[in-house]
Design a protein around this ligand. Structure first.
Ligand code: PMP
Length: 356
C-alpha cells in the first residue's frame, strides 16, 4: 500500500441529512454547507430524464459522451477533442494528480482553498506548498506563488472564485501570472463558481487555456446548473494533455442519465440566468448585513460567503438546532455559508444577532 494512504489515520464519513435531523430533533434541515444551487434544477432536466429510453439500462453508456461533448464544445467555442469529462470535478482533480504527479513533486495552492487539491497531491506523494491569501482581501498572493516555484513544481492550482473565500481574480492578473510561470508547470484553473461572477463581463480564463498549452480550465454541472447529484465535471485542456487523460480515464465514467441531465441543463439558459440574478441579490443583502453588524468577511463573487465570528462552533450548533447546516472548520473562528433562498438567509441572519 502507498505510504501516503497508510498515513491517513481516520476518515469520518459525512452524516446524511436524515441522521442530522434525527439527532437534532428537527423536521426541516437546509444544507447551506456544500454550495449547491438552492433553487433546484431546471425543469428541462426532469423532462429529459423521463424521456430517457429505459430499455438501455443493461447497456454501457456512451464512454466518450459524444452528445454532451458536442454541446459543451459548441457553447464554449472549443474543440471537442480538448474536453475531458469526469464524475464531478472531483474526479478531474484526482485524475490530474494521478497522471501528472510523482513522489517528491511540488504543488502550489492558495490558503485557504478547496481541500481536494491537497488531498490528491498528497496521495500521489507530492509536497503541497500552501501560500497564504492576502489577509485583508482574501485574494491570491501571485508574487509569493512565483517565489515558491522550483524545478520540482508540477502543478499550480488556482480556484476562481476561490472556495472558501469567494474572492475573484481578474483574468488579466491571471494572464500576467501565467506568462511568468515556466511552461513545464501546469496551471489548473478551477472555475466551479465562475457563473456567479457578476463584476466582470468576461470572467473566465477559458481563452488562456486555448493560448497556453500548460493551462487548463475546470468546470462542473454541480453548482449553477443545480445538478450536483448527477456528478458531471469537465476540463478544457490542450490536445496533448487530452490524449494522456483520455488514455487514463475510466472508460464508462459518466452514466447515460448523467449525460442526459447535463445536456438538458445546458439547454436551459433561463434557469441559469435566474439563479445568477437571485444569488447576486441575496449576496448583496448578506454583505450589507455582515457590514452593518460588524462581521469581518471577504467580498464574494460566488454563491457562498466566508465570514469571521467569535465562537464559530457555538453559532454553527445554534444554526443546526434551527435547521441550518453551514460549513465550519475551514479556518478557526470563520464560517462559510451558502447563499440560500431569501427567507432562509433572513432567518439565519436573525439567529446570528439574536441574544441567546
Ligand atoms: N472545485 C471546487 C472549488 C468545489 O467547491 C467543488 C465542490 N464543492 C468541486 C470542485 C467539486 O465539484 P463536483 O461536484 O463537480 O465534484
Amino acid at each position: 500500500m502507498k505510504k501516503q494512504i497508510q498515513a491517513i489515520q481516520s476518515y469520518t464519513p459525512e452524516e446524511p441529512l436524515s441522521e442530522v435531523k434525527k439527532r437534532y430533533g428537527i423536521k426541516r434541515l437546509v444544507r447551506l454547507s456544500a454550495n449547491e444551487n438552492p433553487y433546484g434544477t431546471s425543469a428541462c432536466v426532469k423532462e429529459a430524464i423521463l424521456k430517457w429510453n429505459f430499455e438501455e439500462e443493461n447497456r454501457y453508456p456512451d464512454g466518450y459522451a459524444f452528445e454532451l461533448r458536442k454541446a459543451v464544445a459548441h457553447k464554449l467555442n472549443v474543440d471537442g477533442k480538448k474536453l475531458i469529462f469526469g464524475v464531478g470535478l472531483d474526479e478531474i482533480i484526482a485524475m490530474f494528480s494521478r497522471i501528472f504527479l510523482e513522489t517528491g513533486d511540488e504543488v502550489l495552492v492558495t490558503n485557504p482553498t478547496f481541500s481536494e487539491y491537497a488531498l490528491h497531491a498528497g496521495i500521489e506523494g507530492a509536497k503541497v506548498i500552501k501560500i497564504n491569501c492576502d489577509k485583508e482581501t482574501g485574494k491570491y498572493n501571485f508574487n509569493s506563488f512565483l517565489d515558491n516555484i522550483t524545478s520540482k513544481t508540477k502543478i499550480i492550482w488556482l480556484c476562481n472564485p476561490n472556495n472558501p473565500t469567494g474572492t475573484y481574480e481578474d483574468v488579466a492578473d491571471i494572464e500576467e501570472f501565467v506568462k511568468k510561470v515556466p511552461k513545464s508547470v501546469l496551471v489548473l484553473i478551477d472555475e466551479a463558481y465562475i457563473d456567479y461572477v457578476t463584476e466582470s463581463k468576461h470572467p473566465s480564463a477559458l481563452e488562456l487555456s486555448k493560448q497556453f498549452e500548460n493551462v487548463a480550465v475546470l468546470r462542473t454541472f454541480s453548482k449553477i446548473y443545480g445538478l450536483a447529484n448527477y456528478r458531471v465535471g469537465y476540463a478544457v485542456v490542450s490536445a496533448k494533455i487530452a490524449t494522456y487523460m483520455e488514455a487514463a480515464r475510466l472508460p464508462y465514467n459518466l452514466s447515460s442519465i448523467s449525460q442526459v441531465a447535463a445536456l438538458a441543463g445546458l439547454q436551459d439558459q433561463q434557469f441559469v440566468n435566474t439563479s445568477i440574478e437571485k444569488n447576486k441579490k441575496e449576496r448583496q443583502k448578506w454583505e450589507k448585513f455582515l457590514t452593518n453588524n460588524g462581521f469581518r468577511f471577504y467580498h464574494s463573487q460566488a454563491n457562498f460567503i466566508f465570514f469571521q465570528c467569535l465562537q464559530a462552533d457555538t453559532l454553527a450548533e445554534r444554526l443546526l438546532k434551527h435547521g441550518y447546516q453551514v460549513r465550519r472548520g475551514l479556518r478557526p473562528d470563520w464560517l462559510r455559508v451558502t447563499i440560500g433562498e431569501p427567507e432562509d438567509n433572513l432567518e439565519i441572519q436573525k439567529i446570528m444577532i439574536a441574544k441567546e
